[in-house]
Write a protein that binds this ligand. Structure first.
Ligand code: FAD
Ligand code: SIN
Length: 519
């Protein structure tokens, strides 16, 4: 059994920001990461950038763009917090403290636009913003002696007094969270981590879809754990699909940043015809949900598999200095972006919904916070505006740290309750990898085909039936097999898939990235 002041589950932008501000306030923090590599997370792959401030920009203009992209479902109070505090925090944390090397010259940072932004206000590190943000934050966080990092540690379940306390009377109280059961991937055993407060910063869920921009860690662990512990999840039907990922069998849906369109790239059909103006007055730079559907409409109509991103209006110097990583990746597939258009298709990108939190990152379960992509602050509404996610991680990370600290004495008044250790229910050691692979294939195909960018009532109904059957098999397997990373992930993956589909079925009308063709 281990004890820490605050357990932060996740080492992306959200987890690191929370840990840094907690450490500054004197708290002892343990940060867990699923992989051996602490930096393996969605944050690391962010390309386009992070919102700062444009020329003649102000918080009201940013609020207007976020809310327009969010299709009328953004929570105005949260959007205002982001718009007012975000740019100041970029300066305080990312520029001054962590020293993120944003692109610019003569002390002026280069500003770009992306879909849905009516002016240039995004700063970036060429096209590898996430890599620089992640490594700068990690480096800075490692300067604090009161932050302890533990890699290769997978949180399996949150500990609540309702579910796990030795005290039978705990059920009569309001439930509280006191840490997590954590699977040590090296020792292959589960350790109890007790904490006064727990922060879920586990990122997104893209890997439950067949096609996604997300790395392998993103299977929705945090959403599933929170749900099992009894925290509220909201807006799960609003799953965002990015319009432009590289179309190639082996490219694993590599993202082609929206910033390429921000610099002048235009979407065209395979015979070179511009089409986005047909769907929105902002053309190729319309909000993501609109561009994704525009592309899919063209593909269905023309029976084709991809559209092109035409870069001919961007000068070659800009293309090569501004997008070096995209250029390199395309070259691996014999596409020379200085001369060729890029074949692109949409893929799952971001979960707008998640664990419902307040303006301080606190969930509906006492002592449990959720920050970053796993949370739902209401900022993104039904569709996220580009480059708001990293900003949200920072703003809510700092706010949560302050809130945890302000409640410190009250929360610490009584010593932590006693909990039972994890009971290893697994009977069988052996696992057949073919079973797990097939279950993942089934799950990902169901989600892509029935709960993808274009949904119908029939598809969603079918999804729920198929997912329920799959969940029964997986649950049985999970209960009778020793834990491994793959069993934990599969178990969570099917849980979160069902949350999405249930939410999608109950929201009968289209809005933002939840689009029902036969509503
Ligand atoms: P992550 O960065 O994904 O971190 C999650 C952490 O949780 C990881 O450390 C992981 O190991 C850990 N974890 C997960 N499950 C467990 C578990 N069970 N136990 C222990 N640890 C666990 N947003 C922008 O604002 N601007 C952009 O330009 C941008 N570009 C993007 C490009 C790509 C390709 C992608 C995929 C996303 C992009 N986004 C962008 C979105 C943004 O990157 C993410 O939403 C954001 O980084 C999420 O940060 P996070 O800290 O919440 O999660
Ligand atoms: C991109 O670079 O297109 C992704 C930006 C984002 O997801 O905010």
């Amino acid at each position: 059994m281990k004890r820490t002041d605050v357990l932060v589950i996740g080492s992306g932008a959200a987890g690191l920001t929370t840990a840094i501000y907690l450490a500054k306030l004197g708290r002892n923090v343990t940060v867990l990461a699923k992989s051996e590599d602490l930096s393996e997370c969605n944050t690391r792959y962010a390309q386009g950038g992070i919102i700062y401030k444009g020329i003649n920009d102000n918080p009201e203009k940013l609020v207007r763009d976020i809310e327009y992209a969010g299709a009328g479902l953004c929570y105005n109070a949260s959007v205002k917090v982001l718009a007012e505090e975000g740019p100041k925090l970029v300066e305080e944390l990312l520029i001054k403290s962590a020293g993120v090397p944003f692109t610019g010259q003569n002390g002026k940072m280069h500003l770009t636009a992306e879909g849905g932004h009516r002016l240039k206000r995004i700063i970036h590190c060429d096209d590898t913003t996430g890599y620089e943000v992640e490594f700068s934050l990690l480096k800075y966080a490692k300067t604090f002696k009161n932050i302890k990092f533990e890699a290769g540690k997978i949180a399996v379940d949150l500990i609540t007094d309702q579910h796990h306390s030795n005290n039978m009377m705990a059920r009569y109280k309001n439930p509280e969270c006191f840490g997590a059961y954590v699977f040590d991937t090296k020792k292959k055993s589960v350790v109890t981590y007790l904490a006064v407060s727990t922060v879920l910063a586990t990122g997104g869920l893209g890997r439950i879809y067949l096609h996604t921009t997300n790395p392998e860690v993103a299977v929705g662990d945090g959403y599933a754990m929170a749900q099992r512990a009894g925290a509220d999840l909201i807006n799960m039907e609003y799953t965002q699909f990015h319009p432009t990922t590289l179309f190639h069998r082996d490219a694993n849906r590599f993202l082609i940043s929206e910033a390429v369109r921000g610099e002048g790239g235009i979407l065209v059909t395979q015979d070179g015809r511009k089409f986005m103006n047909k769907y929105h007055k902002m053309g190729s730079l319309a909000p993501r949900d609109v561009v994704t559907r525009g592309i899919l409409e063209e593909l269905y109509e023309r029976n084709e598999q991809f559209v092109y991103l035409d870069l001919s209006s961007i000068d070659k110097q800009t293309l090569s200095t501004r997008f070096p990583a995209i250029r390199k990746k395309c070259e691996e597939y014999n596409i020379d972006i200085l001369h060729d258009p890029i074949p692109v298709v949409p893929a799952f990108h971001f979960s707008c919904g998640g664990v419902r939190v307040n303006s301080r990152g606190a969930s509906s379960l006492s002592r449990l916070y959720a920050i970053g992509e796993v949370s739902c602050t209401g900022v993104h509404g039904a569709n996220r505006l580009a480059s708001t996610s990293l900003l949200e991680c920072c703003v809510w990370g700092k706010r949560a740290a302050n809130d945890i600290n302000s409640r410190w004495d009250d929360n610490n008044k009584n010593s932590l309750p006693k909990f039972s250790e994890w009971i290893d229910h697994g009977l069988e050691e052996f696992q057949d990898p073919a079973l797990i692979a097939q279950d993942w294939n089934t799950l990902r195909n169901i989600m892509w085909n029935y709960a993808g960018p274009i949904r119908t009532h029939k598809r969603l109904k079918r999804a729920i039936i198929d997912l329920r059957n799959l969940q029964e098999d997986i649950e049985d397997f999970y209960r009778n097999t020793k834990l491994t990373r793959s069993t934990v992930e599969l178990h969570n993956g099917v849980t979160v898939a069902l949350s999405i589909v249930r939410a999608a079925i109950s929201t009968r009308s289209s809005r933002g990235c939840h689009y029902i063709k036969d509503e």
